[in-house]
Design a protein around this ligand. Structure first.
Ligand code: NDP
Ligand code: HSE
Length: 430
């Protein structure tokens, strides 16, 4: 029997050697034999581009592989892995790689959510793969299931916890009673949150992931700017404590849903009933709930961040791209054929839980309820605590209504004479 020719090695250029890049390099170097067998060809780590090649690195990183000349590294590569982050020079380097005929793998959600279609179009024209499983929820396989496994179904809704840092912060607030700043500090100390945690706590990171998921789920172009975004900075310890008292957990949710009118994509903190699977997602874990017509509900759960978990998703993409190189052809491309209209934030339908301090006088509850009803919003439950020094605390939960009606209701209630303060307005989801 003839001995098969050994396949030519595929040159892998790695852009970035930080939290994720270090683990990608380690896995490529340590698991070379297995990866070659799975990919059908040896994967040769051709080099690693960094900003400062003289900086001390993990012992697993051979110094000879480091370079500050990313452009030369990209030229001649078969597969380019981008884990440097930011918009430029990541975008220019990926376009250069694609134009040079390389398949590309990226974990860069910010770039994809801002300008993914430019890269997808370039990859399509060049006939090369562009993969980005790691860009949404780290290790969790969610991009491929939504893009490929559910391609024959009709996805109605994607609801998820896609930011580990904020989930950790909210979970700590609930379990230990820390306030938001203390919990963020703890997340930084543990390495979950960046030194500047703005992208996490203000919801930008989750919005980028929501845009990517919505684009895939609804075959419609959605960019980060199309996502209605609210972070967790307004969530107080009292909100979290009240949530527990009423059978809820506060979670930062990414929600993408398709209605007869169009597509709504939003990120905001919300109360999730404790019996919902998303309420049980603890610490820095992520989970994504997908509802499709034929498949029904699907849940994806796992580590959404961290070097090793994210490198797992990156390496999966590298092996897929390598297989296509060996066998010829490429994987499925993105589709935005449906081009559904994107709905404004205030068209979303949701429920509110509102806490307010009112004068404890006869008729006040009726006055508040009247204003809510006048705006076409229906009250589900009312709970009163107090009084204390003539002030009672009301907790109203509404039935589902459009955001616009709910916002107008809150504005009108705020103007009522006996209303001393609206202490909290949280959406209820799930
Ligand atoms: P890091 O900041 O830890 O690492 C970035 C790396 O890129 C560093 O090695 C840096 O070089 C290099 N780099 C940055 N800019 C340049 C440049 N202009 N030229 C050459 N090299 C450059 O980032 P992470 O590893 O945390 O994240 C990388 C990507 O992965 C981001 O897009 C992020 O959103 C994404 N991601 C990260 C996850 C995580 O848990 N960290 C999870 C999922 C996705 P130097 O070392 O010299 O500074
Ligand atoms: N900062 C992100 C998180 C990392 O906390 O989930 C993964 O994108």
């Amino acid at each position: 029997m003839p001995v098969p020719e050994p396949a030519r090695g595929l040159r892998v250029a790695l852009l970035g050697c930080g939290v994720v890049g270090t683990e990608v390099a380690r896995m490529l170097l340590e698991q070379g034999t297995d990866l070659a067998a799975r990919a059908g060809a040896p994967l040769e780590l051709a080099g690693i581009a960094v900003r400062d090649a003289s900086r001390p690195r993990d012992a697993a990183i051979p110094p000879a592989l480091l370079t500050e000349d990313a452009e030369s590294l990209v030229d001649g590569a078969d597969i380019v892995v981008e884990v440097m982050g930011g918009t430029e020079p990541a975008r220019a380097l990926l376009l250069r790689a694609i134009e040079g005929g390389a398949a590309v793998v990226t974990a860069n959600k910010a770039l994809l959510a801002a300008d993914g279609p430019t890269l997808y179009k370039a990859a399509d024209s060049a006939g090369v793969d562009i993969y980005y499983e790691a860009a949404v929820a780290g290790a969790i396989p969610i991009v491929r299931p939504v893009r490929e496994s559910l391609a024959g179904d009709h996805v109605r809704r994607v609801l998820g916890i896609v930011n580990g840092t904020t989930n950790y912060v909210l979970d700590q607030m609930a379990t230990t009673g820390l306030d938001l700043d203390e919990a963020v500090k703890q997340a930084q100390d543990l390495g979950y949150a960046e030194a500047d945690p703005t992208a996490d706590v203000e919801g930008y990171d989750a919005a980028a992931k929501a845009a990517i998921l919505a684009s895939l789920a609804f075959h419609t172009r959605v960019s980060a700017d199309d996502v209605a975004r609210e972070g967790i900075t307004g969530v107080t310890s009292a909100d979290v404590a009240w949530a527990a008292r009423t059978g809820h957990a506060v979670k930062l949710l990414a929600i993408a849903e398709q209605t007869g009118e169009g597509v709504s994509v939003r990120v905001h903190p919300a109360l999730v009933p404790l019996e919902h699977p998303l309420a049980g997602v603890k610490g820095a874990f992520n989970a994504i709930f997908v509802e499709a017509d034929a498949a029904g509900p699907l849940m994806f759960y796992g580590q959404g961040a961290g070097g090793r978990p994210t490198a797992s998703a990156v390496l999966g993409d590298v092996v897929s791209a390598a297989r296509h190189r060996v066998l010829g052809g490429k994987g499925p491309q993105e589709s935005i054929y449906a081009a559904r209209p994107l709905l404004p934030a205030d068209a979303a339908v949701t429920r509110y839980q509102v806490r307010l301090l009112v004068a404890d006088l006869p008729g006040v509850l009726a006055q508040v309820a009247g204003v809510v009803g006048d705006h076409g919003v229906s009250i589900d439950t009312v709970r009163q605590t107090g009084p204390s020094e003539g002030t009672a605390e009301l907790l109203l939960t509404t039935h589902a209504a459009r955001e616009a009606s709910l916002a107008a209701t809150i504005a009108a209630v705020r103007t009522l004479e006996p209303v001393r303060e609206i202490t909290s307005v949280l959406r209820v989801e799930g």
